[in-house]
Design a protein around this ligand. Structure first.
Ligand code: NMX
Ligand code: MLT
Length: 437
């Protein structure tokens, strides 16, 4: 039984009806012009995709089904069951897919459903154990998730001749199964790459995040809270970001959810996207090491100097700038608040805070980036470091586990709403010269 699937069985027909009306009423209306500059500039600002689970405002940041991060912290049930505790990604997934906040019982039912679906098929663990230790953890993750596709219910049913009206139900099986299996896959990658390969036994009495922490090798309840926050805030950032968009595009070919999310992970693995969290941490550690060698303190002046060295070398400042946001990312602020509460005296946190003081002015003076403010990746690494999670090459895997929740919530809706193959029109430069007046 699945409480979430039962709920979706009520919600999906209403959503289908809503979309039918939307098409009839607004189908011929314009969403705006597309300029040549936009076509050349990575389609920035072009509105051509529907993404129901979240919406990004350039000034205010992300809203998950209309809710800010502080709203989620108030309205979703805490994963630990303790008043004031962080909600977990399970509760968020219920909200993203159904549009409603779950009750504590509904959130727990989903946690239990994920536990029941978590067991890996026999070929995955030996495969991860055989990966070379120097294979990047994101490469390991996407390879393992691609190999997990042997389990796809959607692919098997489609081959048998699946009726279109049943797509979402088959997709549901794959989506919940892949989310359920990600913690053990990620923990195996972590423990095999950096430690002795031993993974703590799966503990069904814990919520998704706490069990994930145990399998990674962490048992501090404060770290569990950080993981819950981390998995919630990295989940969804509307549809245009590269990992969500890739998942949506690949899924639109009716590639199954395993193949779609593995493709999304490959997009997340780029340094302009999710890999930036690894890059930020490295930038901070390099900065520390550089000035230690020179016998200088890390302060506003030396950070400014290091930033200019980076920019003058033709590199970007990782963790700053954004394709849509034009203010400080509220996900940065949520992490800063966590740090102020749990680690106000942490050295790396102080460096991150000092970078925040000087970097916007440096970037404004540099004069290129449209957004001189920090994004989510600017803060996440130092929080992990505080709890002894030092392996920065693994950080993007945590981002990926979280992003699966958002990208797959919308993928489920894509199949429920019968969204078609995505195939925008491309043009050549000659076409522009000949046709654009
Ligand atoms: N440092 C230096 N230059 C920058 C930065 C930065 N942080 N951000 C943007 N620019 C440059 C950018 O490279 C471009 O230069 P050019 O004209 O030579 O090509 C110029 O400013 C205009 O770029 P924007 O229109 O402001 O930014 P765009 O939308 O193209 O790119 C990012 C957005 C996020 C890719 C860009 O800001 C960046 O490279 N930031 C650093 C990497 C990063 O933190 N990525 C993580 C984003 C969040 N996530 O998790 O995905
Ligand atoms: C994300 O979370 O996907 C990033 O902030 C990038 C984006 O939104 O484009």
């Amino acid at each position: 039984t699945s409480a979430l699937k039962d709920k979706l069985t009520e919600v999906v027909p209403k959503e289908q009806e809503k979309f039918k009306k939307l098409k009839a009423e607004y189908g011929s209306k314009s969403l705006g012009e597309v300029t040549v500059e936009q076509a050349l500039g990575g389609a920035r600002g072009v509105k051509c995709m529907i993404w129901e689970t979240s919406l990004l405002d350039a000034e205010e940041g992300i809203r998950f089904r209309g809710r800010t991060i502080p709203d989620l912290q108030k309205e979703l049930p805490p994963a630990s069951g303790e008043k004031g505790g962080e909600p977990g990604p399970e509760a968020l997934f219920w909200l993203l897919t159904t549009g409603e906040c779950p009750t504590p019982e509904q959130a727990t039912a989903l946690t239990n459903e994920l536990h029941e679906r978590a067991k890996l098929p026999d070929h995955i663990e030996p495969m991860i154990r055989s990966f070379p230790k120097d294979m990047h953890p994101m490469t390991q993750l996407s390879t393992a998730v691609t190999a997990l596709q042997t389990e796809s219910v959607f692919a098997k049913e489609y081959t048998k001749g699946l009726n279109k009206t049943k797509y979402w139900e088959a997709a549901y099986e794959d989506i919940v199964n892949v989310i359920a299996k990600l913690p053990e896959i990620a923990a195996l990658i972590y423990r095999c790459t950096y430690y002795d390969g031993k993974v703590a036994p799966y503990d069904k009495s814990l919520d998704y995040s706490a069990n994930f922490c145990r399998m990674l090798g962490y048992s501090d309840p404060e770290f569990d809270e950080l993981m819950r926050l981390y998995l919630v805030i990295h989940s969804d950032h509307e549809g245009g970001n590269a990992s969500a968009h890739t998942t949506h595009l690949v899924g639109s070919t009716l590639s199954d959810p395993y193949l779609a999310i593995a493709s999304g992970f490959n997009a997340l693995a780029g340094p302009l996207h999710g890999l930036a969290n690894q890059e930020v941490l490295r930038w901070i550690l390099d900065l520390q090491a550089h000035f230690q060698k020179e016998g200088k303190p890390v302060n506003e002046e030396t950070i400014r100097e290091f930033a200019w060295d980076t920019l003058n070398a033709g590199r970007v400042i990782p963790g700053y700038g954004h394709a849509v946001l034009r203010k400080t990312d509220p996900r940065y602020t949520a992490q800063r608040e966590f740090a102020l509460k749990f680690m106000p005296d942490d050295d790396l946190f102080h460096i991150v805070s000092t970078i925040y003081k000087v970097m916007p002015d440096v970037l404004l003076e540099h004069g290129k980036t449209k957004n001189p403010w920090p994004n989510v990746d600017s803060h996440s690494g130092v929080l992990l470091q505080h709890y002894g999670f030092k392996e920065e090459n693994f950080y993007t895997v945590l981002f990926a586990v979280s992003r699966a929740y958002g990208a797959l919530a919308q993928l489920l809706l894509d199949r429920a709403l019968g969204f078609p193959l995505e195939r925008p029109k491309s043009i050549t430069s000659d076409w522009i010269v000949k046709n654009v007046k």
